[in-house]
Design a protein around this ligand. Structure first.
Ligand SMILES: *Cc1c(COP(=O)(O)O)cnc(C)c1O
Length: 466
């Protein structure tokens, strides 16, 4: 009998209109795939994967309304009516007047940091995401992580583990003036730290601290709707407000934002950068035209802007979000019932395995997170991702770090039965955890190493029989 915490699976508030067959590679095919991919799961082919929890980015299912909206594409180079619609939706949701579409989130980061960041610039954030950190570094800046200390304790049940450590921020602001800190970022929800939300109360304090020094505040708003859901659920006085209202209060505290619409935009490609400041807008627009494309398409087909406009509104639907968060919790509680150590509370878009408690016999040099993603793939052809010393080796977090494996759930894609399959497979890996050996680098690139690094098992394994 498989263990379960007794919670019934959450009701999916959608039904299937199109289906896609799922591959089922055999154990020997999985081993061959691992060898071919040099034990880097980013190098696998999708037909080698049964359940793909690598990322929730651009992997969601669009709604019938979004698919229908693609037919409304007005592919004019300049002045497309899809841009006008997209712009009015983003203005309504965020209140930011100047909006520049980009092909995805890191492109928005490229525009923002090439505008703000100079060699020697310091950029504080609750926690930088991998591409955000890479863009700060690429522009000669220093990314500094200032999340509260509970964020680094996987067992703390604190409800807003995405919050900024206000004392640490104050200390940094006293040490370094606005001439060295061109902007402050806050990531909602905090992806790197377990999909954990930031409270409205915390953002109010952050805004008042940085604005008091003349430093602008930008939000990394990829999962703003999920963040607003947690605020509605957990922050006193917020329970009767809509997601759009709560979201708007976050944006009203900020000067602008970067967005990967591949997350809470419910599209497969797209993003934007937004600002209140007309002089910043002018520079973002110049960079957009240089790197992405003209103002009214920014690296996208115009039909993509239309799908984004529809998806951004669907992401604020309470019934959709209730299922989304319940589905992640369902996966988390199924894993917990099998004894698997998790980061708590369970986050908004993913369940994060606590690698230090999962594989206590391995040290950081054994790349335990990477060893675990390889074993989970071997067990169930399930793809997950390391979020730890491999992805964030050089982060400046004052000596604190997390060692996690993320099981990110694509939006509106997998059923409860498929998530139970994942929990069973990870439970079996946990049962044989003491046999798991480390992984070592064969090739380690300098920037964003996790995407293209090559690995080998630390000890010899039996060669493939397939
Ligand atoms: C995904 C993500 C980004 C980058 O967006 P892409 O669309 O993948 O380029 C930036 N910040 C956070 C928090 C993200 O989750």
């Amino acid at each position: 009998m498989t263990p379960s915490d007794g919670t019934p699976p959450p009701f999916e508030p959608y039904r299937t209109k199109v289906v896609e067959r799922i591959p089922n590679p055999s154990p020997s095919e999985r081993q061959a795939a691992l060898e071919r991919a040099h034990y880097n799961l980013f190098q696998l082919r999708s037909d080698e994967i049964r359940v793909d929890l690598l990322t929730d980015s651009g992997t969601g299912a669009m709604s019938d309304r979004q698919w229908a909206s693609l037919m409304l594409g007005d592919e004019s180079y300049a002045g497309s009516r899809n841009f006008t619609h997209f712009e009015s939706v983003v203005r309504e949701l965020t209140g930011f007047p100047h909006i520049f579409p980009t092909h995805q989130g890191r492109a928005a980061e490229n525009l923002l940091f090439s505008t703000f960041c100079r060699p020697g610039s310091i950029v504080p954030n609750n926690m930088h995401f991998d591409t955000t950190q890479a863009h700060v570094l690429h522009n000669g800046g220093r990314p500094v992580n200032l999340a509260i200390s509970e964020a680094y304790d996987p067992e703390s049940e604190m409800p807003f583990k995405g919050n900024v450590d206000l004392l640490a921020l104050k200390a940094l602001l006293e040490l370094e003036g606005p001439e060295h800190i061109p902007l402050m970022m806050v990531t909602i929800t905090n992806n790197t730290g377990g999909g954990q939300p930031v409270s409205l109360a915390n953002l109010r304090e952050v805004a008042s601290l940085v604005h008091g020094r003349g430093i602008p505040l930008y939000l990394d708003m990829c999962r703003w709707a999920e963040n607003a859901y947690f605020v509605r659920e957990r922050e006193p006085g917020q329970g009767d407000r809509t997601i759009a209202q709560i979201g708007r209060e976050f944006f009203d505290l900020a000067d602008g934002a970067t967005m990967s619409a591949k997350k809470d935009g419910l599209v497969n490609i797209g993003g934007f950068v937004a600002t209140r400041d007309p002089s910043v807008a002018e520079r973002l627009n110049e960079a957009q035209i240089l790197f992405e494309g003209f103002t009214t398409y920014g690296g996208l087909a115009r039909r993509d802007l239309e799908a984004m406009a529809v998806g951004l509104v669907e992401a604020t639907d309470l019934e959709y979000l209730e299922h989304r968060i319940a589905q992640i919790r369902y996966l988390g509680e199924q894993l917990a019932a099998r004894g698997v150590p998790l980061l708590r509370p369970i986050g908004g878009h993913a369940v994060y395995l606590d690698v230090r408690r999962f594989l206590p016999h391995l040290s950081t040099e054994d790349l335990p997170g990477q060893a675990l993603v390889v074993e989970i793939y071997r067990e169930g052809a399930i793809r997950t991702v390391e979020v730890g010393s491999l992805m964030f080796g050089e982060s400046d977090s004052g000596g604190k770090s997390l060692e996690l494996v993320r099981l990110a759930v694509p939006r509106r894609v997998y059923s409860a039965a498929q998530l139970s399959y994942v929990a069973d497979a990870v439970g079996r890996v946990y049962a044989r955890r003491r046999e798991i050996r480390g992984i070592r680098y064969v090739h380690r690139p300098d920037r964003l190493p996790h995407f293209t690094a090559r690995f080998a098992p630390a000890l010899p394994v039996t060669p493939s029989t397939g």
